[in-house]
Design a protein around this ligand. Structure first.
Ligand code: ADP
Length: 494
């Protein structure tokens, strides 16, 4: 484990005192507020603390956001002015990428290289992508059929004050995926990061201020989900909530949002199928399928956790996957050699191990992994199960850990039904050299995003979200921006 004194000074300074919350452009450390411990999952040790918001702070943040929306200090800026500020946020994220990457690794456990080369640039890209849309968003004019002389057009208007609730598996990227389109649309924002990974979102708050965002337009409230998150979802002055998290919590949000019928975007769980045909490129498929489940220790909503393999390639693929899993370097994210970091918490580790136990009790075979690592922190071996059947818990429920279930399929005519036999419908992939077969499968699988000969690659231009119980609505792309707007039709008699 690298010596903590080797942390950059910027990171040490940031962690030296409890981090305050951002309300109306001011950093608050309420006297009576509880402190949330920030735990490094690689050591199980506390690395810092943040102030937790309570009811008073929720009210203050919603009032600040509402006020900033009503007086139009942000939404009345010209599209070009908004674009410049969002672009500047992207630049600042890049300038502070080292600090942000360390915070992301210390707080969430992911390998530093993945954070530095993947997640932090992706967060910057979200602000730049939506900076571009500020000057392109608009309505349309249309000729209408009512007799007479009319001018008719539509307008895209900001939906209002929005609550953004993010998960712990990709804290900065998820914050950027939500804040950037909300701001591009002209909304005012209250964001509640997951209680276990608040640091990078709070740091982003400093960059938003430095970029010139007016006070009160983005407010950041760390806090408990059932308290602060639920309060935002119930609040009559919040017009929309965009949530990324579990399907179980998503269902609670649907019920809690009925008071003012607030708009909801829900990006929920997944149980993504991966379909491998005999004619797949074996080497590329092995590494692609393995990365599809083991990256971020399997704590990814689009993780390809169910693999359906045509019989002819089954032995070679399974052998390759086992070899890949057994050679993955597991360790603290700060160690440059690490390829797979810890799980987020002891609770998550136990939950994942319970899933493995349940599979074994239901008759599956463990071909590699399955154990907690005998060291401090929440480390688990990459795990592969065979002999799985569709009804087993590991084939039905989202595990959110490095556990891959591999099923041999003798009759590939059944593979679409097998892949679609899930309550979830988030993502999936197919691996084959037959491009016609690949596109036919892509059309049949019930998913919001599907990959051919790759898995788990998002892009800002491609709408991202789920069908079935994987959620409502899409993030990224123009569609991800339109969710933060209301459409108004205007008909003028001339
Ligand atoms: P997990 O179980 O993996 O932590 P959740 O879906 O519970 O996933 O959490 C995702 C986000 O939702 C977190 O920011 C969490 O604090 C928040 N959250 C949890 N419960 C609620 C709730 N009842 N209302 C609103 N937000 C919640």
């Amino acid at each position: 484990m690298p010596n903590p004194s080797a942390l950059p000074t910027s990171v040490k300074n940031y962690l030296a005192s409890p981090r305050p919350m951002l309300i109306n452009g001011v950093w608050h450390s309420p006297e009576n507020a509880a402190l949330i411990d920030c735990i490094d999952p690689a050591t199980a040790e506390r690395i810092g603390t943040v102030y937790a918001a309570g009811g008073d702070q929720v009210e203050a943040a919603v009032t600040a956001a509402r006020h900033s929306f009503t007086d139009k200090r942000w939404r009345a800026k010209t599209p070009a002015e908004k674009a410049r500020i969002l672009w500047r946020v992207g630049d600042l994220i890049e300038q502070h990428a080292d600090t942000l990457a360390f915070l992301e690794t210390l707080d969430g456990g992911k390998p530093l290289t993945a954070a530095r080369q993947g997640e932090i640039p992706a967060a910057a890209e979200s602000f730049r992508y939506y900076a571009g849309w500020c000057t392109k968003l608009g309505g349309r004019t249309t000729d209408i059929s009512i007799p007479g002389d009319f001018h008719a057009y539509t307008r895209r208007e900001p939906v209002g004050v929005v609550g953004l609730i993010t998960p712990w598996n990709g804290p900065l990227v998820m914050a950027a995926w939500k804040i950037a389109p909300a701001l591009a649309a002209g909304c005012s924002v209250i964001i509640k990061p997951a209680e276990v990974t608040c640091l990078s979102t709070l740091y982003l708050g400093e960059l938003l201020i430095e970029a010139g965002l007016p006070d009160g337009v983005v407010n950041i409230l760390p806090g408990n989900g059932a308290a602060v998150g639920a309060a935002l979802v119930q609040h009559p002055q919040v017009n929309k909530v965009s949530f990324t998290g579990s399907t179980a919590t998503g269902k609670k949000l649907v019920q809690a949002a009925t008071g003012n019928l607030k708009k909801l975007t829900l990006e929920l769980g997944g149980k993504s199928p991966v379909i491998v045909y005999n004619d797949a490129d074996l080497e590329k498929t092995i590494s692609g399928v393995a990365q599809g489940i083991f990256s971020n220790s399997g704590q990814v909503c689009v993780a390809g956790s169910r693999v359906f393999v045509e019989a002819g390639i089954y032995d070679d693929l399974l052998g390759g996957l086992i070899n890949y899993a057994e050679n993955l370097v597991i360790g603290p994210g700060l160690d440059p050699a690490t390829e797979m970091g810890p799980l987020i918490s002891d609770q998550q580790l136990n939950s994942v191990r319970n899933y493995v136990d349940s599979a074994l009790q239901e008759g599956a075979s463990l071909v590699t992994g399955g154990k907690k690592l005998n060291r401090k922190g929440y480390f688990m071996q990459p795990t592969i199960l065979t002999g799985v059947r569709p009804g087993m818990r590991v084939m039905k429920e989202e595990i959110f850990g490095p556990v891959l279930s591999v099923m041999k399929v003798d009759d590939m005519a059944k593979v679409i039904a097998l892949a679609n036999s899930s309550d979830y419908g988030l993502a999936g992939s197919v691996w084959t050299r037959d491009i016609s077969k690949a596109h036919k499968i892509a059309a049949e699988i019930q998913a919001g995003i599907f990959w051919i000969n790759c898995h788990g690659i998002p892009d800002m231009a491609m709408p991202f979200g789920g069908t079935k119980q994987s959620g409502w609505g899409r993030e990224a792309g123009l569609e991800g921006l339109e969710h933060y707007t209301e459409l108004k039709s205007v008909i003028a008699a001339l």
